[in-house]
Design a binder for this molecule. Structure first.
Ligand code: SF4
Length: 313
């Protein structure tokens, strides 16, 4: 693998590191971006694109692709990598499922990604709101395929998974985020094996639902630890793995330990493919919802080909 570039401070802001050239993105200025922003405001919807300060927002919103974040914009956890506010969230918005479906219909979405903050304060962790959103989408935009990116539903996962799987999303995503050794500092409120079990149980309940998970690179993980995460994901029968560069959203968040080169992202992708994932997305700007619609079409094709091969064998 290529040697990682040296981490340098930003001349204008010594607290922050200088991003390598391959991370630079265009400022969001397009008409499509402005229209997506206006619609989200009108319908009182939050997006992870804004809350997480995603570098792809200009590109995605220009194409009318946004990831809606349900259950408010305040999270009950405080992960060291995440830009979403921490605190005591507000009451659940009953009009949210209808608003999400309205946004999908107005944007003419073929594929939608729904995520949420962690809601450890709710008895079901927010699972019933995911179900209501899926049902509203099926009702109002039946041709839109649905991908959900859920929290880990700590201590409530079994009932939450059962309810959500019964609503039949097309893709169930839950991110492992990093290697297990870094959980105590990066994702202290979560447990690596609980997250793996969650994904495994989705597959056990309904093997037709695609499962997906991702990690961020550049947090100080070792190459062999990343390979181990791949093996763990495969043993949980996860179909789709994503890998992207961690970027420090503000100086109070955990620092970038390494900018992984595009060549090394490709090398990781080759190893992941060899381990048997149906699909792998791995590049500095990969995020779990980046190009999710196109990737869903690829996932479906990959499964059809796999079934055809199995039938011939
Ligand atoms: S990659 Fe995902 S989170 Fe980032 S802007 Fe695109 S849709 Fe939003």
């Amino acid at each position: 693998m290529n040697k990682p570039p040296k981490i340098e401070s930003d001349k204008n802001n010594p607290e922050r590191v200088r991003k390598p050239d391959w991370i630079r993105v265009k400022a969001p200025v397009s008409k499509g971006y402005a229209e997506t922003r206006k619609l989200m405001r009108e319908l009182n919807l939050n997006t992870v694109c804004e809350e997480a300060a995603c570098p792809n927002i200009g590109e995605c919103w220009t194409k009318k692709h946004a990831t809606v974040m349900i259950l408010g914009d305040v999270c009950t956890r405080a992960c060291a990598f995440c830009n979403v506010k921490t605190g005591m969230p507000r009451a659940v918005d009953k009009s949210e499922p209808g608003h999400v479906a309205e946004a999908a219909a107005k944007m003419g979405l073929e594929h939608i990604v729904i995520t949420s903050v962690d809601r450890d304060d709710l008895p079901d962790g927010g699972a019933s709101q995911f179900v209501k959103v899926i049902n509203a989408l099926r009702d109002q935009t039946p041709n839109t395929t649905i991908e959900i990116l859920t929290p880990d539903f700590r201590n409530k996962a079994s009932a939450a998974i059962e309810a959500i799987v019964a609503a039949r999303p097309d893709v169930y995503n839950h991110n492992l985020e990093t290697v297990p050794r870094l959980y105590p500092t990066i994702r202290p409120g979560a447990r690596y094996y609980a997250s793996l079990r969650l994904l495994e149980s989705v597959k056990r309940h309904d093997p037709s639902i695609f499962t997906k998970s991702g990690i961020m690179l550049g947090l100080g993980e070792e190459r062999l630890e990343v390979h181990q995460v791949m093996d763990d994901m495969r043993s949980a029968e996860i179909d789709f793995m994503t890998m992207g560069q961690y970027l420090q959203p503000t100086p109070r968040h955990t620092k970038v330990m390494e900018f992984v080169t595009p060549q090394n992202f490709n090398a990781y992708a080759s190893i992941a493919r060899a381990k048997g994932f149906l699909l792998v997305a791995s590049s500095p700007l990969t995020r779990s919802s980046y190009h999710a619609g196109d990737d869903f079409a690829r996932l479906r094709d990959a499964r059809i080909k796999q079934l055809e091969r199995a039938a011939k064998a």
